[in-house]
Write a protein that binds this ligand. Structure first.
Ligand SMILES: Cc1cc2nc3c(=O)[nH]c(=O)nc-3n(C[C@H](O)[C@H](O)[C@H](O)COP(=O)(O)O)c2cc1C
Ligand code: SF4
Length: 739
């Protein structure tokens, strides 16, 4: 019966269209009917509710002719959607024959698709808030549309999208509902997370292992760009939105609407609203609309292919990046690679960091004096590293040669604005001399500023101008810096010890790292799932990277004094002791530092989801450490609890080889370290140890409070009282529970 109808309709169409178009027509109708039958079959088995929604679908038949390619330009005569009420089903297939013009420009294609039945995702990224505001108002506008089947989802690319591949390689599977992506993007000439997003789109396009047209499964996409046309004229205006629009097209996405370019300085939100309004009309209007599917054939493709060849840098050792950058210089903006500064002076990241007390050194390094350095200068106690390793905080400089990182950890307050990259350094590289001298100068300048602070001890103040230790942690990822080995060499030359913390995401860099005084690897969670939740890593093979780093600690870097650093966050990473023990067994670190997370305020604005409920009590940290110690010992692994610093909620476990003549030797003999280093001989962790003072040993009455300092330490007294109070309230709670 259906076949008969098709035959008659096709015959009529054959006569009218001259043959060719009837074939497309028939194929489309058959496809539609096939789809219809499939969906009817499926719907037969569905629940009543689902059956109802299926029956509400107006027509299973729609067609999109994607045979043309057309990119609207300003001068293009893009017809406005005709504002009539949406016609109800059944829909009519409308396919216009492409008009081939003399200059071979492809024609427009009309299609009928019910956009209102899609699932809309609105992605945004923002540094100063305007894109978030505009994205929200876009969501509100769409929500107000009559007939919209699904609530549009608003997602921050920085905070809500942990893995770009989940949306921009795969797309969410919403059953038969197709997805539409809307992107609200500002542009930043300086380095910003948008670079990372664009880089991801480009990498996906150039990655031969994955589907080049991964965005083809979308029903469509549109980009709204925000910028400033006065300061960034011409090509530079909204350039990142334009790039995103282009990459989405190249990845097979169908452009539903021309990219919006709004100058927030002059036109502001009314202009953005205009775009929103027009886009919303397109969605709710059932008239044919114009789509441009195949961006891949535009001229720019040629340039991109050339770029792929240029992209040999992915195969080049990261150490050689400096040369590559010097050779390639800075290239143009649109569509071309440009070497930016990681934290340029006029960038919001720079402002935000300096406001927090960081001194930015060069374009990618930072230095900050920590509160313990200030505290030690006033004779009020050093940090836990004094108790565990003999580091006097007033002689310690905290710095990083790379403010960029490849994670977006839940404890990091900055991840909304911090520079990010997976594994390749994509910024200008400062020479190590500049980083070293700049960091020291920045540190000494801050020390100098302390001279007016009440309680500064003159002798400590003077000593502080000769830094003895360098904590390479702060924020970011120090081993990411292409010249990290030269930088550490400079520290050692001046007899400054190096405590380097890495995030276990760069095994290649870790394997190549030269000797440091103490090498840390952050272990933020015991399992793949938990690590993803806590660190929100950018690399999809983050777990394999961590595992490789563990193997490197046990093998290539075995000669180093290695430390696991665990930061405990309640509700995130405090269970599964067995898996932590597996990791210890795999890496065999010299020591394990366990620290309760500190609360640095929570706020949705900075994407930090932690509240006070996630901060463990010292007692809870102690319980965790005791369990881990028992687990390790039950497996024949010789680790025990060595020292503690209750004030910082920090406990040290160590390989029992550090217990010499029944006394813990977790402190470092720094003079010996430099002697050994300069001798050129091989040496290991045990060759430069010295005894841990009694007051720091686990279970001592002082619990890591240096008796010389505690008498000045009002905070410590307060803390002791707080710990007592916590203990009392815990006991009270327990007794209430048992009744
Ligand atoms: C450091 C800096 C660099 C900028 N670079 C550009 C640019 O290259 N092109 C442009 O059109 N706008 C540029 N802008 C303007 C921003 O894109 C514009 O203010 C936008 O509204 C910011 O959006 P946001 O508030 O969501 O971060 C820049 C702004 C700053 C502060
Ligand atoms: S080790 Fe860290 S916390 Fe301790 S003094 Fe140095 S920078 Fe500060």
């Amino acid at each position: 019966m259906i076949g008969g109808v098709i035959f008659i309709v096709c015959s009529l169409f054959y006569l009218l269209s001259g043959g060719r178009w009837s074939v497309i027509f028939a194929a489309t109708v058959f496809a539609g009917i096939y789809k219809y039958e499939q969906s009817s079959n499926i719907s037969d088995t569905k629940t009543t509710q689902e059956t109802k929604s299926t029956s509400e679908v107006e027509s299973p038949i729609y067609a999109i002719d994607f045979t043309s390619s057309y990119t609207p330009v300003k001068s293009s005569n893009i017809p406005q959607p005709i504002r009539t009420r949406a016609k109800r089903s059944p829909k009519v297939i409308k396919a216009s024959k492409p008009i081939i013009t003399n200059n071979k420009e492809a024609s427009l294609t009309k299609s009928v698709v019910n956009l209102l039945e899609s699932q809309i995702y609105i992605f945004y990224t923002t540094l100063t808030g305007s894109s978030q505001r505009v994205a929200k108002s876009l969501q509100e506008k769409l929500l107000s549309l009559e007939g919209l089947s699904n609530e549009p989802k608003l997602l921050s690319l920085d905070d809500d999208v942990d893995d770009l591949e989940e949306y921009f390689l795969k797309t969410p599977d919403n059953g038969s509902t197709k997805n539409i992506y809307l992107l609200v993007l500002p542009s930043y000439e300086t380095d910003s997370p948008i670079d990372y997003f664009l880089e991801h789109l480009k990498e996906t396009y150039n990655d031969f292992r994955v589907d080049k047209y991964s965005m083809k499964s979308l029903l469509g996409f549109a980009v709204l760009g925000l910028g400033d046309s006065e300061s960034w004229k011409g090509e530079k205006f909204c350039y990142q939105a334009k790039l995103a629009d282009r990459w989405m097209g190249k990845l097979g996405g169908r452009r539903l609407f021309p990219v919006g370019e709004v100058c927030m300085k002059y036109e502001g939100e009314p202009k953005a609203q205009e775009w929103i309004q027009n886009f919303a009309q397109l969605l709710s209007d059932d008239e044919p609309f114009y789509i441009d599917e195949n961006d891949d054939v535009d001229d720019s493709d040629k340039e991109e292919d050339e770029e792929v060849t240029d992209d040999g840098d992915t195969l080049v050792d990261v150490e050689d990046m400096g040369d590559i950058i010097r050779k390639s210089g800075t290239r143009g903006l649109l569509g071309k690679e440009e070497v930016k500064q990681m934290v340029a002076k006029d960038s919001p990241t720079y402002k935000s960091l300096t406001k927090q007390g960081y001194t930015i050194v060069g374009s990618h390094s930072g230095v900050k004096i920590c509160r313990w350095t200030k505290s030690a200068l006033r004779g009020r106690g050093s940090c836990y590293k004094f108790a565990f390793y003999g580091i006097k905080s007033h002689l310690c400089m905290e710095t990083t040669p790379s403010l960029a990182c490849s994670n977006k950890c839940v404890f990091c307050w900055r991840h909304g604005t911090n520079p990010v990259a997976k594994s390749n350094w994509r910024w200008e590289v400062d020479p190590p001399e500049k980083v070293f001298e700049g960091a020291l100068a920045g540190h000494y300048q801050k020390i100098k500023q302390m001279r007016g602070v009440p309680g500064i001890q003159m002798d400590r103040f003077q000593e502080a101008f000769q830094v003895k230790h360098c904590a390479l942690s702060l924020v970011g990822e120090p081993i990411f810096y292409p010249h990290i080995n030269e930088f550490v060499g400079m520290l050692h030359k001046q007899h400054i010890s190096s405590f380097l913390v890495c995030n276990a995401q760069h095994p290649d860099h870790l394997a190549k790292l030269n000797r440091v005084t103490q090498l840390y690897v952050s272990i933020d969670a015991p399992t793949r799932q938990d690590l993803k939740k806590v660190d929100r890593p950018l690399n999809s093979d983050f777990w394999e990277r961590l595992m490789s780093c563990l193997d490197i600690l046990r093998t290539t870097q075995k000669h180093q004094r290695t430390v696991f650093r665990l930061t405990l966050v309640k509700g995130f990473n405090m269970s599964d002791i067995e898996s932590y023990a597996d990791m210890v067994a795999r890496a065999l670190p010299s020591q394990i530092e366990i620290k309760g997370a500190t609360f640095c305020g929570s706020s949705n604005a900075n994407g930090n989801p932690l509240t006070m409920q996630n901060i463990p009590f010292y007692e809870e940290c102690k319980e965790f450490v005791i369990s881990l110690s028992k687990e390790l010992q039950s497996r024949g692994l010789n680790y025990d609890i060595a020292a503690e610093h209750a004030h910082s909620c920090c406990i040290l476990m160590a390989d029992t080889k550090f217990k010499i003549n029944n006394k813990w030797h977790t402190h470092i003999d720094y003079t010996k370290f430099f002697e050994l280093l300069e001798s050129g001989k091989d040496f290991v962790d045990l060759d430069y140890v010295t005894e841990t003072p009694d007051w720091a040993v686990w279970g001592s009455e002082e619990a890591g409070f240096n008796p010389i300092d505690t008498k000045f330490d009002r905070k410590a007294e307060k803390l002791k009282k707080k710990l007592d109070r916590e203990e009392q309230s815990r006991k009270l709670l327990e007794s209430q529970k048992s009744h």
